[in-house]
Design a binder for this molecule. Structure first.
Ligand SMILES: C[S@@+](CC[C@H](N)C(=O)[O-])C[C@H]1O[C@@H](n2cnc3c(N)ncnc32)[C@H](O)[C@@H]1O
Length: 299
């Protein structure tokens, strides 16, 4: 299934069955008038139904997750970036779990794009983005000021951005309480990613409504907002964000859609149906179940 081409669930085409022609042959004028009134009433009712349905926002806008992409669907510029001999060995060690070629292809990252890596931490995702967008693109690598506990990640980030080949990265240190925390003018980004940190926004008590609105403003119409996160149990909302570093997927979708984004694709790439979602990922001897979602800012 191609969810980009599947009508959105709020699209009345998905909800309304085609109506067969209700107009029957008439034998006299009175019957014809009654019939015409009925037709007009039916049309008016249908229009009201369409208007109501058009304003409804379902929790999930895609019905089916996409599986991993075939190797032939991964562009050469992504494979080349992931296989770059200049990437640090510590990053390459993470690739088995993070499968960055699949992730970047799913989000549609391309050379020349202007993209943001939100909550970049040590910069694993930033470096991959920089190598894919190349010299004609720009990566805004953003972190909020680091608390003392995470100073090592801050040092690693600063050191990384000095490396040759990352000259297209703009370092942005701004807190999420600032409306322009991405440091870009409105409607300038082609894509913004937050990889494994959206739940931390909630854990740290940041205003996610304001956060999502700021991302929405920064993206061009048609721009992509991509997220990967650790799954919590369905229906658990924000309960496990600070403790298990997991989040209920439906909560994340609802918050992001509320800012005006439309969910256009979901991937099963990081799924693990055997994960009971009762432990934080660092206590597991298996991969935690994760969800990967692609949203678009409507044109
Ligand atoms: C799973 S990693 C993902 C990082 C990054 N988004 C990426 O794509 O590589 C999560 C990182 O967030 C950072 N982190 C977690 N809690 C944090 C906090 N309260 N303040 C700053 N950084 C934090 C840690 O450095 C941790 O390695």
């Amino acid at each position: 299934m191609n969810p980009d081409r599947t009508p959105h669930p709020s699209d009345p085409r998905r909800r309304l069955k085609p109506v067969s022609n209700p107009v029957k042959p008439v034998s006299n004028l009175a019957t014809a008038r009654r019939s015409s009134i009925r037709v007009r009433a039916a049309v008016a009712t249908a229009l009201v139904a369409v208007l109501i349905l058009a304003t409804q926002r379902p929790a999930a806008a895609v019905e089916q997750e996409l599986g991993p992409l075939p190797a032939s669907a991964i562009p050469g510029y992504i494979t080349a970036a992931v296989n770059s001999p200049d990437r640090p060995a510590a990053d390459k060690d993470k690739d088995a779990s993070r499968d960055p070629a699949q992730m970047m292809a799913f989000f549609g990252i391309k050379p020349g794009m202007k993209v943001a890596d939100i909550w970049a931490a040590g910069g694993y995702t930033t470096e991959l983005l920089a190598r894919i967008v190349g010299p004609t693109g720009t990566v805004y690598s953003q972190n909020a000021p680091f608390p003392a506990k995470f100073k090592d990640a801050e040092t690693a980030w600063h050191d990384r951005l000095k490396e040759p080949g990352l000259g297209n990265v703009v370092e942005v240190t701004k807190g999420f309480d600032q409306p322009d925390f991405l440091g870009v003018p409105p409607a300038t980004l082609d894509a913004a990613l937050i990889n494994l940190n959206y739940h931390d926004l909630i854990a740290r008590g940041f205003d996610t409504a304001r956060f999502n609105q700021a991302v929405f403003r920064a993206l061009k119409p048609g721009g992509i907002f991509g997220t990967v996160d650790n799954s919590a149990q369905p229906g658990s909302g924000a309960r496990d964000a600070a403790t298990l570093h997991r989040i209920d997927e439906q909560l994340e979708i609802a918050q992001i859609e509320k800012a005006g984004f439309r969910l256009v694709a979901a991937s099963s790439l990081y799924r693990n149906p055997h994960d009971p979602r009762t432990q934080p990922f660092w206590k597991l001897d298996h991969h935690q179940d994760r969800f990967m979602l692609k949203f678009v800012k409507p044109r």
